[in-house]
Design a protein around this ligand. Structure first.
Ligand code: ZN
Length: 687
């Protein structure tokens, strides 16, 4: 029967997508889906036995093929509801299926299934984006049973693949932490032992790792995976030699999410992408997908990441005179965003300006900052309140069970309905009253633990509720009401480095003001995972030199957190000149592939490089921290071997001409005779 093998193309090509080669096809006889965007292809089937199965994920541009493991059930449904497990062995019937274009040049396949006992309706959404080798997936549930049911477990990465007798390596990156162990975005590579334990990735707010990992075979064909959830989720990568399977999972920890009768819920998404190359390539593909498909758009693309001043150099001893003087100094240096940090309000949780510190009100500071041509930002610890704050005096039960001691404040439970509504109202009032362009969101552990039975959330659903229905709901509601305000994520450093964070914030702090060297370490590790504009760092140094400024040159935003009015005249000139340099390189780095050439070491020279394919230019920051080597042989990467490049330097006036091949094979010597010195190297095509 020809009809049996006929695939019906269900894709609509819209004008905006005319460049994309989307082809989403459904075979109604076999209940088989083949989804392709011209870069990757994914195959799924609802089998004759009623099980919904992943079949294969194929790279169409050399990334390799990942097949379902023989004899193993593999589904994109893996969850537990009211103690019933739904997975690749469960039976479903197809209700309907459809494709539709989604924002940001995506095409989405929706597959609507009902389980054999008609308890739940599952809508599996599979989305591809133009030119991105990534499949994003998420589940929507509709409760068909009488009464409320509880989602007790949810796997955000329910993938299993045939191992094809391969050997695998894995790669993951730490988050920032100060306790119990200090962490600063250290990357880890492991061999995946087929008889050994899984490699674990503990991600989400206050977890150990960024919510991402990559896996590679011995030919450097690999996959990367991430998940879009800010609460804790523990992922596992297991090579199970006995079944010849590579198994992934990322379970949300301690979930008990209620779903009312006839109720609906959209669960967090995960994504898997394919690549061919090294970890830099895995990161690059992840970052391009992030920017194209899910990240909050950067404000002012022409001048983002901003150069920023933040008032924390004065701690909480702020007043009108200090801020106005620093604003004038900041504008003179070329700073673009002026942020008033903790200490401006009457107390934590009472988000009205302090009348003693600001007799003319915070609005006068904001107006002054705007008159100088800068954006105005304010610190807002939305989930913290002092016991004396009016909000807690009136509503002492609004605290979460666990408090995290943010400047002696108590923590608020944002997933409690009344608390959430109050915080949303306060944020909007703050934005309007003080004409704010930028919110510096701070706090201690942004996803609070709360097991109170007096709150509107389920007492056993703290992690999910405080992430999705708490923090995310608050920020989402404020952003809906005031869409032009940019949000910066900070919770005492990069402690919530997730692919949900990128959806609500335009940047995130990585390293929290722990010196030049620490800033470079954070940059080096975090740029494996996140686009360079998410590498926000605070420069607290009161005395500066080029070693310091260059430590903040790659990525951004670059936040001055010192007392500008106390800089020496020479340092002011240096700062202005280095800020001017930063402005010439930031857009190049922001849109580039990052190459990790040499990690920061106390007794060594470190190097990080970008290659911007649109501009065809490379840039490297090479820094000697210590050690005895007085020069570094810079082997650039990603260049066109046959193109001639002009190589120039920020410090040295040397101009050299090399072929791309020479620059990649033999390199260019970068003299660094002094310890704690740094050079920027540029390679530009000759023509
Ligand atoms: Zn609560």
């Amino acid at each position: 029967m020809p009809a049996k093998t006929l695939l019906i193309a269900a894709c609509l090509l819209l004008p905006a997508m005319s460049q994309a080669e989307f082809r989403f096809a459904f075979d109604p006889d076999e209940n088989r889906w083949q989804l392709s965007n011209g870069v990757i292809e994914a195959n799924f089937q609802l089998g004759s036995d009623g099980t919904f199965q992943f079949q294969s994920l194929r790279g169409l541009t050399g990334q390799g093929t990942w097949n379902k493991a023989d004899g193993n059930a593999a589904s994109l449904i893996r969850l537990t509801v009211n103690r019933n497990v739904y997975n690749g062995r469960s039976r479903y019937r197809l209700v309907r299926q459809l494709t539709q274009p989604v924002e940001r040049r995506g095409l989405r396949q929706s597959i609507v299934l009902i389980d054999e006992n008609a308890r739940l309706q599952f809508t599996l959404e599979l989305t591809m984006y133009e030119n991105q080798p990534v499949l994003e997936h998420r589940l929507l549930l509709h409760n068909l049973q009488p009464g409320t049911v509880y989602i007790q477990a949810l796997d955000l990465l329910p993938w299993s693949f045939a191992d094809e007798l391969e050997t695998f390596r894995t790669f993951r990156v730490n988050q920032w932490a100060v306790a119990p162990v200090a962490q600063n975005f250290e990357p880890f590579q492991d061999i995946l032992d087929p008889d050994g334990p899984p490699v674990e990735v503990q991600a989400g707010s206050r977890g150990s790792h960024c919510s991402w990992f990559a896996v590679s075979d011995h030919l450097n064909r690999g996959l990367f995976a991430g998940w879009e959830f800010d609460g804790r989720a523990d992922a596992s990568i297991r090579h199970e030699g006995s079944t010849n399977a590579l198994r992934l999972s990322a379970y949300i920890t301690s979930m008990n999410h209620p779903l009312a009768e006839e109720g609906d819920v959209t669960l967090p998404a995960g994504f898997v992408g394919l690549y061919h190359g090294d970890w830099d390539e895995a990161g690059f593909r992840t970052q391009r997908f992030t920017e194209a498909a899910i990240a909050k758009a950067a404000p002012d693309p022409a001048i983002f990441p901003y150069v920023v001043w933040d008032s924390w150099g004065y701690q909480q001893k702020l007043n009108e005179t200090i801020l106005k003087r620093n604003a004038a100094a900041a504008a003179a240096l070329g700073i673009e965003l002026f942020v008033v940090d903790l200490g401006w309000s009457r107390m934590i949780g009472d988000w009205r300006d302090d009348p003693e510190k600001f007799p003319n009100g915070m609005r006068s500071i904001s107006d002054y900052v705007h008159s100088l041509g800068m954006k105005f930002g304010m610190h807002f610890a939305l989930a913290e309140a002092s016991a004396d704050a009016p909000v807690l005096q009136a509503h002492p039960d609004w605290t979460s069970t666990q408090s995290y001691g943010y400047f002696n404040a108590s923590s608020l439970c944002l997933s409690n309905g009344e608390t959430r509504d109050w915080v949303i109202k306060e944020a909007i009032r703050l934005i309007d009253d003080y004409n704010v362009d930028w919110i510096l969101q701070d706090g201690e552990q942004m996803v609070k633990e709360c097991t109170k039975t007096t709150h509107t959330h389920d007492s056993k659903d703290s992690n999910y509720a405080n992430a999705v229905d708490g923090l995310n709901a608050v920020v989402g509601a404020v952003q809906k009401a005031r869409p032009n305000i940019s949000w910066e994520n900070c919770a005492d450093g990069g402690t919530m480095m997730t692919f949900n964070m990128v959806k609500q914030y335009v940047t995130s702090i990585t390293n929290d003001a722990s010196s030049d060297f620490g800033a470079r370490q954070a940059t080096y590790g975090a740029t494996y995972v996140f686009p360079p504009r998410y590498i926000d760092r605070y420069m607290g140094n009161q005395e500066i030199n080029k070693y310091t400024t260059r430590s903040f040159m790659f990525g951004g935003p670059w936040v001055f957190m010192n007392r500008l009015t106390e800089l020496t005249a020479a340092d002011q000139i240096l700062a202005a000149s280095e800020i001017a340099t930063y402005k010439t390189v930031r857009a190049t780095v922001r849109d580039a592939k990052v190459f990790h050439l040499a990690a920061p070491a106390m007794e060594g020279i470190d190097a990080i490089q970008s290659y911007n394919a649109a501009q065809r230019t490379a840039l490297a920051v090479v820094t000697r921290n210590g050690g005895v080597e007085t020069a570094y042989t810079l082997l650039l990467r990603g260049l066109d071997p046959e193109v001639a490049y002009r190589v120039t330097f920020q410090n040295s006036s040397r101009i050299l001409i090399y072929s791309g091949l020479q620059l990649m094979r033999s390199g260019v010597p970068v003299p660094l005779p002094e310890i704690q010195s740094s050079e920027i190297v540029f390679a530009t095509p000759l023509e």
